[in-house]
Design a protein around this ligand. Structure first.
Ligand code: SF4
Length: 200
């Protein structure tokens, strides 16, 4: 039985949104990208991940988190008993900034409506921000990731969770264990919230 609160995804509307992102020319990144990266997966588990921006391999393939950072993210997702297709994985900006520079404010401003619409349509139980950039863009501007990681935040209608960006943990491998602990908390919470939701 589907509970009354469970979102019913309008497949045609969703395809339109993903297609709009693929063809988007709202900001200057459209001139330097190879492919835009709408994000992929589902919110079957209730969980959505948001990183910063596509990198080199993502830009070529048009898929989010397919490089080394994606491999670590996949391992962390498996570690809490989920598959990649059970979670939705995307970024704040959908096109790669040249040379992987940080996205500019105007690019974020132009691109965020896509993420907002993805969130409205998928209705994630928890949105996990990966790294400083996603946390600051979505939750709170003035706190750094090392102070907020491993914690849940309520903002508007949504619950957020903060952890490091997997690319950071690849460069600083001692943080992989910290991320594993964060994911264990995240897994527990999403199971309890998402489970309740379905039995409501
Ligand atoms: S980054 Fe976002 S707003 Fe800019 S062109 Fe890509 S999809 Fe459009």
């Amino acid at each position: 039985m589907t509970s009354p609160e469970a979102p019913v995804l309008d497949a045609a509307e969703w395809d339109d949104l993903q297609r709009d992102i693929v063809h988007c020319t709202r900001c200057g990144l459209c001139q330097t990208r190879t492919k835009s990266v709408p994000g992929q997966g589902t919110c079957a588990s209730g969980l959505m991940f948001v990183g910063e921006a596509p990198g080199g391999q993502e830009d070529v393939q048009g898929e989010a988190f397919v490089g080394p950072a994606g491999k670590l993210l996949t391992e962390l997702v498996h570690g809490i008993g989920l598959q990649r297709e059970d979670v939705f994985i995307t970024n704040i900006v959908k096109c790669r900034p040249p040379g992987n520079r940080n996205p500019h404010d105007v690019e974020i401003e132009k691109c965020l409506p896509y993420l907002r619409k993805q969130v409205r349509m998928l209705q994630p139980t928890v949105i996990c921000t990966l790294g400083n950039f996603a946390f600051k863009s979505l939750v709170q501007e003035d706190r750094s990731i090392s102070n907020v990681r491993g914690q849940f935040f309520r903002k508007g209608a949504y619950t957020f969770f903060a952890t490091y960006h997997p690319a950071f943990a690849i460069r600083n491998r001692e943080f992989i264990d910290v991320m594993k602990r964060d994911f264990a908390l995240l897994g527990q919470k999403v199971r309890s919230l998402h489970g309740n939701h379905h039995h409501a």
